[in-house]
Design a protein around this ligand. Structure first.
Ligand code: UD1
Length: 337
């Protein structure tokens, strides 16, 4: 298959491109390079020893986007492009709705024009909001609690409406839990702009000496050690789920799958695991809770296993080891390109 990956130059997208190339698929990337890096794709090509095609284009620029569909026939789209910072989405919701929601509308229009009907969408466990029960199954009613989460949920709804309007569409929604780690080579990984919002990226920068200490957002949650519990999933496992999702699977479309390990770890457990994997001390201070944070979230990933034959294989130690390999080999992230 030739697979078009939107956001393919980003953290998750670049790992997906590599898995696709290694599975024998051809890859076309569409990325506006707002957060993605050209260098990440060069390294993907080097690892896979195969080229891919990059179109530097914004999803909201229909003509540029169309150009990416005008070359060799595209068989499927994996749609990862999107903004994902919660606080930014609260401060500037229009940017989030324009980029994430309107961008997806344009993408689907262009797909229809070019007769491409298969789409795998990068959704998030953020659509569940503060779920009352864990583990979280796909049956739980979505209730996102911030604009970012609402854009993800709206896209899921628009894709569900699209599927209902025309059964020729073949749509899959993947709800990611907390992606972490890097490719085992250490040559591609997470390179956030500015101060990292996410735990793993922050810890990795503390370990490598770019930041003095981690702030642990609250230790008074109703969890075993009082710190937040999340389902961290190795980014290579996450990427491989997309390759599985391209194969025809059971259940009527749109198919919805949680992607997690099914196991939760607290912030302090992650700190400890990272110290062990890196041999570095991670100094931390306990601070106030971060507004909007929830106590715990972890997946019931059994549907993805039953229907896609996929499950996460890498554990927390491998996430820490690989995140550390990436960060220690690339202390300042990718070079400017
Ligand atoms: C966050 C977003 C979520 C988004 C996901 C994308 C919030 C509230 N949620 O999820 O919508 O889909 O990122 O990857 O922003 N922590 C610290 N110190 C830090 C950073 C994090 O203690 O410097 C703690 C958090 O309180 C939380 C855990 O680490 O308990 C994980 O945080 P994070 O990596 O930001 O992920 P989420 O909050 O689960």
């Amino acid at each position: 298959m030739r697979v078009l990956v939107t956001g393919g130059a980003g953290y998750i997208g670049s790992h997906i491109c590599l898995e696709l190339l290694e599975a024998g698929h051809d890859v076309t990337v569409v990325d506006n390079l707002a957060n993605g890096k050209r260098e990440a794709l060069r390294r993907v090509e080097a690892l896979a020893q195969r080229p891919l095609e990059l179109f530097t284009a914004d999803l909201n620029h229909k003509d540029d986007l169309s150009a990416a569909f005008s070359g060799p026939r595209i068989d499927a789209v994996i749609h990862c492009a999107g903004l994902k910072a919660v606080a930014e989405s609260v401060a500037d919701p229009l940017r989030y709705y324009a980029n994430n929601v309107a961008g997806t509308v344009t993408l689907c229009e262009v797909m229809r024009q070019h007769g491409v009907s298969r789409l795998v969408f990068s959704s998030s466990c953020t659509v569940y909001g503060d779920a009352a029960t864990v583990p979280i199954t796909e049956e739980l009613p979505p209730a996102p609690v911030n604009p970012y989460g609402r854009t993800k949920r709206m896209i899921e709804q628009l894709l569900t409406d699209l599927q209902a309007s025309d059964p020729a569409w073949d749509l899959t929604l993947l709800r990611y839990f907390n992606p972490a780690g890097a490719h085992a080579s250490g040559s591609i990984g997470e390179d956030p702009a500015g101060v990292p919002d996410n735990l793993f990226a922050f810890i990795a920068q503390v370990a490598v000496g770019r930041r003095p200490e981690l702030r642990v957002f609250g230790n008074d949650y109703p969890t075993p050690d009082g710190t937040g519990v999340r389902d961290y999933i190795h980014v290579v496992d996450l990427a491989s789920a997309h390759v599985s999702a391209l194969e025809p699977a059971g259940g009527p479309a749109p198919r919805v799958y949680n992607l997690g390990t099914g196991r939760g770890y607290s912030v302090l457990e992650v700190v400890e695991a990272f110290e062990r994997a890196s041999g570095r001390k991670i100094p931390y201070v306990i601070t106030e809770r971060r507004p909007g944070d929830i106590a715990r979230a972890y997946a019931d990933p059994s549907r993805a296993h039953a229907e896609l034959g996929w499950r996460a294989r890498r554990d927390l130690h491998e996430m820490c080891r690989d995140a550390w390999r990436w960060q220690s080999q690339n202390p300042d992230g990718y070079p400017d390109s």
